[in-house]
Design a protein around this ligand. Structure first.
Ligand code: HEC
Length: 188
């Protein structure tokens, strides 16, 4: 009986290894799997990406306070020509005659306007008139640029105004009175 008992409870080497495997290695194996999974998830967040983001964030924090803007207000301003201003701004309405504006090259629309004289047209373009916004809606345009654009459009509509841009290179001929000199063609 005691012999039997000893036989039954005797631990064989196999049993020992099963016990060791089940009790010790199995949990360890499970832990390794979990660690591996976590590492994989972490790995899917690109390291490069977060580095690039960090770099950008640091740049943002340490960049100098007083940055030099390339649009230096003290830079010498070169006035745009009438054609340039027209193409950039005025064409928005005058290209098609939108809002009842005198259409570019439409002589019957420009005739009566031209009769008012160059100076008056410039004034109206500068300060706006009815649906026509001041400076065509672009306050950055200088008086000279507006005058250039007015002459450009009016001349295409039959006027013969001398814009400031034409006078600038020469030593401004004395007595050039563009408004008075403009022979307004008969409207219609
Ligand atoms: C948002 C549309 C719009 C833009 C942009 C615009 N105009 Fe006009 N303009 C008008 C309208 C509308 C009229 C007609 C106003 C009226 O007489 O009722 C007009 C009329 C004029 C007149 C005639 C004024 C008069 O006394 O008869 C001149 C000159 C003129 N525009 C110049 C310009 C110039 C120069 C630019 C560009 C710098 C410009 N416009 C851009 C809408 C525009």
């Amino acid at each position: 009986m005691s012999d039997e008992h000893a036989k039954m409870t005797k631990t064989t080497p196999q049993q020992f290894f099963f016990a060791l495997w089940g009790g010790l290695f199995a949990p360890l194996f499970a832990i390794l799997l979990i660690v591996g999974l976590v590492a994989k998830i972490q790995g899917s967040h690109s390291h490069e990406e977060s580095m690039a983001y960090n770099d950008a964030a640091v740049e943002e924090r340490i960049h100098p306070v007083g940055e030099i803007s390339l649009a230096d207000p003290n830079a010498v301003h070169v006035d745009k020509t009438g054609a340039e201003v027209f193409a950039a701004v005025c064409i928005g309405c005058h290209g098609t005659g939108a809002l009842g504006s005198p259409k570019y090259q439409d002589k019957s629309a420009w005739g009566p306007r031209i009769k008012q004289g160059y100076d008056t047209l410039i004034q109206h373009a500068l300060s706006g008139i009815r649906q026509m916004p001041a400076r065509g809606g672009n306050p950055d345009l200088t008086d000279t640029e507006i005058a250039n654009a007015v002459a450009f459009m009016a001349n295409a509509g039959g006027a013969k105004f001398t814009p400031p841009e034409a006078k600038a290179p020469a030593a401004a001929p004395a007595g050039a009175a563009p408004a008075a000199a403009a022979p307004a063609p008969a409207a219609k």
